[in-house]
Design a protein around this ligand. Structure first.
Ligand code: LLP
Length: 389
């Protein structure tokens, strides 16, 4: 929630910038830990959601592990000081250079997405005289009921190994002397708000762990991925995701054996709400059918609306006294950026108080997949930041 004091602190800052509320981030991390720790669940933060150095430093300080999907992310996790035994490396297309780097760092595990990848990791580990711990990413064919671009657990998706290929996987593992089978990994999609989806995932995980154990391959790690969604429509009322209910599903529905560890890879739920993209109104254009508010942030700073038709709440924080009173939200505007693309639009027919050049606009819930997906398209300047403790 923005107050007058916070908005005044933005005075004189060059826009657009990502504003991080680090105290909300702390609260969120603590809430996650409070819910996960009693069950001894291990949570790795998915760096792909946000690799801002100050954000990462806090997450590391709270004892979270790191879930990485590129050599660059593994390196960033190592440099931030994440415990190497809490770093996992996933991704459908790991290059040899990336695998070698991760081997050199002795990370906890590779989440492996194809049989050929198993063979390559084994080959590279053999050259180094090392043993690589691997978890098999299985495509469970569970529908995450989320946007098609961020659903990953269906047969038609490129991710993971399909269950009918598992006999070949166990054969390969037996032949690869420099691999150590650690467990199984799943990730079915992102921004999941229907908790029943996670129950269906648990059923599949149970089936799959039985499959391996029946073949004499103990499954030490059950990694159920990430995906817990956040409330983009009520960023103030629901600033912290419901970690209790989320972890409870896994406590209740996973068959966890005493020698097993359960791992999670949360991205969005940890960081989405702690940041807003703050932008300034450049122009207000009144058309015959439409009014446009043209702001100085574009799809280059926050790509989610253009790419996924994603909703981010838009607030005119220069007129706080008006936005708290619904009757003062008088005008509908299309809120658009300066980029030369029609998809550079943050919201259509958005109800705002009468808006003027120079007003500050907040695009809420931008902490996950915001800054990290920015680009220099149109030769835009590098992302700027502001923080509050
Ligand atoms: N683990 C794996 C293997 C993943 O692929 C992902 C996200 C996560 C964990 C973290 O998921 P989360 O807890 O954040 O849902 N750019 C999109 C989201 C892409 C998610 C990709 N994978 C967006 O802006 O909505």
């Amino acid at each position: 929630m923005f107050d007058a004091e916070r908005v005044a602190s933005f005075e004189g800052l060059e826009t657009p910038f990502y504003y991080y509320d680090l105290s909300l981030l702390r609260e969120t991390l603590q809430a996650c830990k409070n819910a996960a720790d009693p069950a001894q669940f291990h949570v790795h933060f998915a760096l792909k959601a946000n690799f801002n150095s100050r954000v990462l430093a806090l997450i590391q300080a709270y004892g979270f592990g790191a879930d990485c999907v590129s050599g660059g992310e593994v390196q960033k996790a190592v440099e931030t000081g994440f415990d190497k035994k809490q770093i996992v490396f996933a991704g459908v297309g790991k290059s040899d250079v990336e695998i070698n780097y991760a081997l050199d760092q002795d990370i906890f595990a590779f989440n492996v997405e194809s049989i050929q990848e198993l063979e390559v990791i084994n080959e590279l580990a053999t050259i180094k005289g090392k043993t690589a711990a691997v978890a098999i990413r299985i495509n469970p064919n569970v529908d995450a009921h989320t946007h098609q671009y961020i659903t990953t657990g269906l047969d038609e998706n490129k991710f993971g190994i399909n269950s009918w290929d598992l006999p070949q996987v166990s054969e390969t593992l037996k032949n690869c002397k420099n691999l150590k089978f650690l467990g199984i990994h799943f990730h079915i999609g992102s921004q999941i708000t229907d908790m029943n989806v996670f129950k269906s995932l648990c059923v599949k995980v149970n089936e799959m762990q039985d499959w391996f154990e029946e073949r004499g391959m103990p499954v030490k790690v059950l990694n159920v991925g990430g995906g817990l969604g956040v409330d983009y429509y009520h960023p103030d009322e629901n600033a912290i995701a419901d970690f209790e209910s989320y972890f409870k599903i896994f406590k209740d529905f996973l068959n966890i054996k005493p020698y097993q560890e359960v791992h999670f890879e949360l991205g969005r739920a940890l960081v989405a709400q702690c940041s807003s993209l703050i932008s300034k109104v450049l122009y207000v254009k009144h058309g015959i059918k439409k009014n446009f508010v043209i702001i100085d942030a574009g799809m280059t700073e926050l790509m989610r609306p253009a790419l996924y038709q994603a909703y981010h709440q838009i607030e005119n924080i220069s007129r706080l006294q008006l936005i708290t009173d619904n009757s003062q939200l008088t005008t509908r505007y299309d809120v658009v950026g300066p980029i030369c693309e029609s998809s550079d639009c943050f919201g259509k027919e958005v109800l705002l108080p009468e808006t003027k050049r120079g007003d500050l606009i907040a695009l809420r819930t931008a902490g996950a997949y915001g800054e990290v997906m920015s680009s220099a398209y149109n030769l835009r300047p590098a992302i700027r930041h502001a923080y509050s403790e």
